[in-house]
Design a binder for this molecule. Structure first.
Ligand code: 5GP
Ligand code: MN
Length: 326
């Protein structure tokens, strides 16, 4: 039995499912979660979609029926006794479900991971997908097509198209294969409107986000080699602009848009620590760089969160470590 047949069997032989994704979810996370929700609902399964973070406003259109709930210990901890299967989508490190991590670890049912990141944690009964996939949405597309578990429809197509469009950086990142374009083409046949989806994701920004981008751009600096560019966002910037963490998605790419720059880094001050985002060009493995600081991710896009530390303390260490990858 190939992998996807196994996943199909898990679905057919169980009744209730909890779907979740990572902290600060992006469109691949939410789109994949909702596409899977649709699949399971079409099969009349009992499904819960619960996340650590609330869905950012620019992705709310994907969840028009408001099926995704924000994790709350009182309301949701009993789900971990109740469901048969938990599926983690678009992550493979359990610390990325934050408040749900311990419940997941102690969960006695079937633990499934559907993901395209490197180096999965040894915490799952089954892992579907691999790093060849551009997006978790692409894995779900292959799963549907190869097992014919349900018919594709407009709603699923919107979720999968959004997942793939965003995780390929609008069809420009490394894993943008001809297969990815063929999938996108097929999804358009179901009525997906690319102009509308692009507009909803990228052209409905809150004013506060663009103000925050301005603050971040003001801080851009190059290291001595001029091959590393970095920017800083502080709590004060967040307070002054009224923006929030989810809106910072994509800012770090401006670092890579500078000629000669091969690594871009964003330092983001959290209430109780820092978040660092890494981006690279070519074969520079920023997932390895992030792993040096307890994080992870993909070859060209990675990140970490460090608690109870300051940017001042870590910025020089991280730049020095990054220089070893040039
Ligand atoms: P971003 O910088 O957009 O938040 O994250 C880019 C990629 O880095 C994500 O898709 C994810 O793969 C990875 N990543 C970000 N933050 C973390 C983290 O705290 N831990 C791990 N393991 N990976 C992360
Ligand atoms: Mn993804």
């Amino acid at each position: 039995m190939d992998d996807f047949q196994k996943l199909k069997q898990i679905i057919f032989s169980n009744r209730s499912f909890l779907l979740t994704t990572h902290i600060n979810p992006d469109a691949d996370a939410i789109g994949s979660q909702l596409a899977f929700y649709e699949i399971l609902r079409k099969l009349n399964k009992e499904v819960f979609a619960v996340n650590h973070s609330s869905t950012p406003y620019f992705l709310q259109f994907l969840d028009s029926n408001n099926v995704i709930e924000k994790f709350d210990q009182q309301n949701h901890s009993q789900l971990f006794q109740k469901v048969d299967v938990i599926i983690l989508l678009d992550l493979n490190q359990t610390n990325r479900i934050v408040k749900m991590e311990n419940y997941f670890r102690e969960f006695a049912g079937i633990k499934v991971c559907i993901d395209h990141h490197q180096d999965p944690e040894n915490a799952f009964d089954y892992i579907f997908g691999n790093t060849e996939y551009s997006a978790t949405g692409e894995i779900i597309y292959d799963f549907i097509k190869s097992t014919k578990i349900v018919e594709l429809d407009y709603n699923i197509a919107v979720q999968l198209y959004t997942a793939i469009m965003t995780d390929t950086g609008s069809f420009r990142f490394e894993r943008t294969t001809s297969k990815v374009h063929l999938i996108a083409a097929e999804l358009l046949e179901y009525g997906v409107n690319p102009t509308e989806i692009y507009d909803k994701i990228y052209s409905q920004n809150h004013f506060s986000k663009i103000k925050l981008l301005g603050e971040a751009l003001k801080t851009i600096q190059l290291d001595d080699t001029k091959q590393i560019a970095y920017m800083i966002i502080t709590n004060t910037d967040i307070k002054n602009t009224g923006a929030d963490e989810s809106e910072v998605d994509g800012f770090v790419n401006f670092c890579l848009s500078i000629e000669g720059v091969k690594i871009g880094i964003l330092f983001f001050e959290l209430k109780d620590g820092i978040k660092v985002s890494f981006r690279s060009k070519g074969k520079i493995p920023v997932n390895k760089l992030a792993a040096e600081f307890n994080g992870g991710g993909h070859l060209n896009a990675s990140g970490t969160r460090l608690f109870n530390v300051t940017i001042e303390e870590y910025l020089p260490k991280i730049i020095k470590a990054a220089q070893n990858y040039l």
